[in-house]
Design a protein around this ligand. Sequence first.
Ligand code: GRF
Length: 205
Amino acid sequence: MYKIAVLISGGGTNLQSIIDKVKSAYLDCKIEIVISDNEKAYGIERAKENNIYAVALGKKQYGDKLSDEILKIAQEKNIDLIVTAGFLSILKGDLLKKFKNRIINIHPSLIPSFCGKGMYGLNVHKAAISYGVKVSGCTVHFVDEGTDTGPIIIQKSVPVFAEDTAEVLQKRVLEKEHEALPEAIKLITEDKVKVCDRKVIIENN
Ligand code: GRF
């Protein structure tokens, strides 16, 4: 059974979508552990409510060593896939080497628009609205050394209306995130995803 680790920093609605999809047997994998860089993340409650082992690695306590600690845990627990879902710390070092193309991230825009440093949460949707785009959406991508720069697996789009506020757009995009992330996990656990340089080839797609 594919074992995944989900990394969170906040509310964990993307974590919840994975939990729900495992429960409904849409996903044939096990959430082995939830790791949060924020002791107060509500996502930790979501894990506990579903009897999933959760651990908080406070940014202040681990600082630069956070990625090394995550690697240690992932190796100890024989994790197959790491999923960053609303996770705000940047992963680096050996973790990225040892888990090359085995870490995926969900970002609330159509990368390469509105991504990179400082582009998280509402900032993303404020930037999209002030730019005046007519379409936005979400992207699931592999994590590499950059920020939101890894090969793209899935993107889902939503319309942007003139009267949209950042909060309204965030809600519309979040609904698509909750579809896209489980879909990407399913493709990976079914070994239907191949990475060729920057391109991600999906079998039967
Ligand atoms: C989501 O928009 C996600 O794309 C971004 O963080 C936001 C909150 O995610 N990375 P969650 O509700 O904590 O899963």
